[in-house]
Design a protein around this ligand. Structure first.
Ligand code: ATP
Ligand code: MG
Length: 385
């Protein structure tokens, strides 16, 4: 008797002609997720299998698979020859000794004469005869034993169904460039776009020596935590101090953040286009801070022509935190290192900035194109996998 892991595929089957593309994307992502394990992986359109692994690695493999977008659920299962008594014994052995249960049979092998219902009744009857404290309840059961009779003469038996991440396989939704700060929000923005199939590139602006080496390490740690969900991430760490000096010297302090963010967006767009990213992604949430009012967003948005995705725009902080805790970024996000946005922070940032004014102030920075070129060419590129 062999143990296998059965993977069910989520939304993919809805996708008509693109189905083949989505499936192959998912397969590649699963292979990448399993690269540290010795095991075999095979798959058809809606079902995929992991086999031939060491039993003591099963939990770790399942944990990895639970992060892969496109998987709807996962079941550790037993693979046995399709033979009546073997199936009965197995169902009895793996099931809890007490409680209400149902047996569900799926018979893909039509060479077998009995119907699914008949086989289920037969197995259920045997399980009842083995333990007096079990009771059949087809609707409100404590556990469900599933028997999947395949065409190849084998059956898969399981009673656990572990929920997967759902969503679409990363890569099938194009590339996106995330503005990654060290905060709570932007990693969650990456997670949510990855869930819709977007492959993550990231840019982080740092203001050395005002922001420390530790602040940069924190951002790298966050990107690493995202890798099981997002796959490989290319992170551009862009030096931002000179641009901040130039803004501080030339523009009114209340427009500091607005103009900084316009520079961030311009740089992000350049990096995005160089890396075939079709969108910029931020962790903004409407009204969270002065730079995230509708007016502020409009003024920063107006310097780029790529679409800007803000998957958290309608979320409360508490909802964002829940996700951060669930996927494991929260504890790192709250480490107390400075972000470049908090350097030269004005006491009263403008809440309703005007595009015209922002433009006028920026024109005072004569070498602005050169500053942007220099920031991009001095970016450090880090690949996380
Ligand atoms: P977060 O929790 O993601 O840091 P925040 O609530 O602190 O967000 P802001 O500082 O206004 O909000 O930043 C809004 C968005 O701008 C962030 O979600 C992120 O996408 C981007 N951002 C902010 N600072 C940086 C940075 N240093 N490098 C790259 N992107 C940044
Ligand atoms: Mg921040």
């Amino acid at each position: 008797m062999e143990k296998i892991i059965l993977i069910r595929v989520g939304e993919l089957f809805l996708k008509g002609n693109n189905r083949h593309y989505f499936t192959s994307c998912l397969k590649n992502n699963i292979l990448a997720a399993l690269k540290d394990f010795s095991c075999r992986f095979s798959g058809t359109q809606n079902r995929m299998y992991v086999e031939g692994y060491e039993l003591d690695e099963e939990a770790a493999i399942i944990k990895r698979l639970c992060c892969v977008f496109g998987i709807s659920s996962i079941s550790p299962a037993y693979k046995v020859k399709t033979e009546k008594q073997t199936l009965k014994n197995l169902c009895d052995e793996i099931s809890p000794k007490q409680g209400t249960f149902r047996v569900t049979v799926n018979r893909a092998d039509k060479r077998i004469q009995s119907t699914s219902m008949e086989i289920a009744r037969d197995i259920g009857g045997y399980m009842l005869s083995r333990q007096k404290d079990r009771k059949v309840d087809l609707f409100t059961f404590d556990f469900e034993v599933n028997v999947d009779i395949r065409e190849n003469g084998y059956s898969y038996v399981f009673y656990q169904k572990i929920p997967g991440q759902g969503g679409l396989p990363v890569g099938c939704g194009g590339n996106g460039l995330l503005l990654l700060s060290g905060g709570i929000d932007s990693p969650i923005a990456a997670y949510r776009m990855a869930k819709r199939g977007v492959k993550t590139f990231a840019v982080h602006f740092h203001s050395y020596p005002y922001t420390s080496e530790l602040a940069k390490e924190k951002v790298i740690s966050l990107a690493k935590i995202l890798v099981p969900y997002c796959g490989e991430i290319t992170l551009f760490v862009v030096p931002f101090t000179d641009i901040q000096y130039a803004i501080k010297e030339n523009c009114p302090i209340e427009y500091m953040i607005t103009i900084m963010r316009r520079f961030m967006m311009r740089i992000a767009e350049r990096i995005a286009l160089d890396n075939k990213c079709g969108a910029i992604i931020t962790g903004e949430s409407l009204g969270q801070v002065a730079s995230q009012t509708m007016e502020s967003i409009n003024v920063t948005n107006s310097v780029v022509s790529l679409p800007v995705f803000r998957p958290l725009i309608g979320m409360d902080k508490t909802e964002i935190i829940e996700t951060a805790q669930r996927i494991g970024t929260f504890d790192t996000s709250i480490l107390p290192y400075e972000d470049c946005c908090t350097v030269f922070l004005p006491k009263n940032p403008v809440i309703k900035p005007k595009i015209e004014w922002a433009k006028q102030y920026e024109e005072r920075i004569e070498n602005r194109d050169a500053l942007i070129d220099s920031a991009i060419s001095n970016a450090e590129i880090i690949k996380l996998k």
